[in-house]
Design a protein around this ligand. Structure first.
Ligand code: ARG
Length: 563
């Protein structure tokens, strides 16, 4: 139980007749200064029922409330200020963490159902962009967070592996490509071919006709076209996997756009059956005026289906395959309109579960406030960014702790973790700047800072040879411990909030805060001094390690024990 609940219950026991527990909870405030206690109740809310001045009511309540859980209850004007009994609360909270360990904060509400998470979803033959990185790490973290409250995440990489660009790539490869070059650096080579195609096609329109012809072959399943398509896809996948391996992200499904090729007819048939299709300039559309949206373009005049048609097939497939409780799409903000249309068309078709589909948008990564561009070869190669981050981490660890065993492994966990943490620490809709030196710093609000606080806490426990004892009662009464304890106590709410908002930054912010208050505690308190409370202080440090590690896990980071 958190402090607000404890206070509300104590007040409720006295004023049952006049206020509900919910009403009391709504009145409660957290005082700005610790001098005014942990929780405050303004007595105004009872003035009407009691026909008395709020000051008087506060006074009366203070005398009647059971003080068992409180150090003291102060009356200041119309306010009742509750000071929690730190010893009792510490004992309860630490007892719970020690018993539940990394499951502290799990919601015990049972199986909540499957949640497909459409995430990462890069396009074959193009480099993974920083946007795809964001989708990957945000989606991955949301998966862990939802799992903690009882959902079953299904991570889906909806690869962009189909479209007219494959006709162009086949033409370009046949004219100017080489098998060797492609195998050596698949993405760079495919990108080069793609750029060259566009340059040459500007002079020579016949190339576009050839590309269309090849794409048609591909759609008809012609052997040579299929072979090349599959080869491009496989080679691209190998490069993507290098990055996924570094990030330690894995997928339950790689069903991309091509997977739905044979599932598109059904979508069009369903729309026809429901008389939702109309013609507009030769194309088939669904009118969405009643949703205040532009029409959804389902099929072009040449019979080709579109991005949204594929997403409709995918939504149907996911509903049937997973019977999802909800279905998430972690895709950049710029596709908001697409997802509004997608949901509207499905609703129009009578699929109420469309309301369980949520677009989880996010902002851009910028450089000096400007969008990072993938055009004209100015691509930021993610693999390089990660490798540089690892090198930077390695350098700093070598300075701090030259004898560290498995330094390479720790540097990898710190470097890659720094990039992930930087991505997740801001509200996902915010755009943010990316400067590697900032990202890998050991001070400030960074991943390494949190990991370092965890490692420091671990080393205290090792030094003291702390042994877990579930039967022991740990009580602490000092202000310093109390500051740390409060951030342990509120953890279950932090988890629920992160899950409700699909917001990993809530977890990241908790991790930063906990690391900060712990570092302050460590600086001001002699933890290892031999006195009566030593064991209790160690239990508090232990709880800090459990929560920091869990925070990091939920974000997709490791918590090295030494660094
Ligand atoms: N491949 C797309 C892109 O890079 C993202 C796909 C998002 N997922 C989806 N189901 N539409 O823009």
């Amino acid at each position: 139980m958190n402090n607000q609940n404890i206070v509300a219950k104590a007040i409720y026991d006295v004023v049952k007749e006049d206020l509900t527990l919910e009403q009391i909870l709504r009145f409660l405030e957290t005082p700005k200064s610790v001098d005014h206690g942990d929780v405050a109740f303004p007595a105004f809310g009872l003035a009407k029922a009691y026909r008395k001045a709020p000051q008087q009511i506060a006074q009366d309540l203070a005398e009647k409330i059971d003080g068992a859980n409180f150090e003291k209850i102060e009356v200041v004007g119309p306010y009742l200020n509750f000071f929690m009994d730190k010893g009792a609360v510490t004992q309860a909270v630490l007892g719970q963490v020690i018993k539940e360990k990394n499951h502290y904060g799990d919601a015990s509400i049972g199986n909540q159902g499957a949640v497909p998470i459409d995430m990462s979803s890069p396009n074959i033959a193009k480099p993974i962009s920083m946007g795809h990185l964001r989708s990957t790490v945000i989606g991955n973290s949301i998966g862990f967070i939802l799992e903690k409250i009882g959902y079953q995440p299904i991570r889906i990489n909806h690869l962009g592996d189909w479209g007219t660009q494959f006709g162009k790539l086949i033409v370009a490869y046949k004219k100017w490509g080489s098998e060797e070059a492609l195998q050596q650096e698949p993405i760079a080579e495919l990108l080069k071919l793609y750029v060259r195609f566009h340059e040459e096609a500007e002079e020579n329109d016949a190339l576009n006709d050839e590309a269309r012809a090849w794409f048609k072959q591909l759609e008809e399943g012609e052997a040579e076209a299929m072979r090349l398509w599959k080869w491009f896809r496989d080679e691209s996948m190998k490069e993507f996997n290098k990055i996924y391996d570094m990030l330690e992200v894995s997928f339950d499904s790689l069903n991309g756009e091509a997977f739905y090729n044979d599932k598109m007819d059904e979508v069009v048939e369903l729309l026809e059956e429901k008389h939702l299709l109309s013609m507009s300039q030769g194309a088939e559309i669904v009118d969405l005026t009643s949703y205040d949206l532009n029409p959804a373009l389902i099929r072009k005049s040449d019979g080709a289906t579109l991005y949204i048609t594929r997403d409709m097939a995918a939504a149907l497939y996911r509903k049937r395959t997973y019977q999802f409780a909800k279905s998430l799409y972690v895709v950049g903000n710029e596709q908001s309109y697409h997802f509004k249309q997608l949901k509207a068309v499905l609703l129009e078709m009578g699929f109420d579960w469309s309301n369980d589909m949520h677009h989880i948008p996010f902002g851009l990564i910028t450089k000096d406030g400007k969008k990072l561009s993938t055009r004209q070869g100015k691509i930021v190669l993610l693999e390089e960014v990660l490798n540089e981050a690892i090198a930077l981490a390695n350098k700093q660890i070598s300075e701090k702790n030259p004898d560290l065993e498995n330094k390479e492994e720790v540097a990898r966990q710190v470097g890659v973790g720094a990039v992930i943490f930087h991505d997740l620490k801001n509200d996902r809709l915010n755009s943010f700047d990316f400067t590697l030196e900032e990202v890998v710093r050991f001070e400030g609000e960074t991943g390494p800072y949190v990991q370092y606080a965890h490692a420091r806490a671990m080393s205290i426990l090792t030094k003291a040879d702390f042994q877990l004892d579930e039967a022991k009662e740990y009580r602490l009464n000092d202000e310093g411990s109390w500051e740390v304890l409060k951030h342990i106590q509120r953890y279950p709410e932090v988890i629920l909030q992160a899950a409700e908002k699909y917001e990993p930054s809530v977890i990241a912010k908790h991790a930063i805060k906990l690391a900060q208050v712990f570092n302050k505690y460590y600086a001001n308190t002699k933890i290892l001094v031999d006195d009566q409370e030593k064991e209790a202080r160690l239990a508090l440090v232990y709880a800090v390690t459990v929560l920091l590690k869990e925070d990091l896990r939920l974000l997709g980071l490791h918590a090295p024990e030494k660094m």
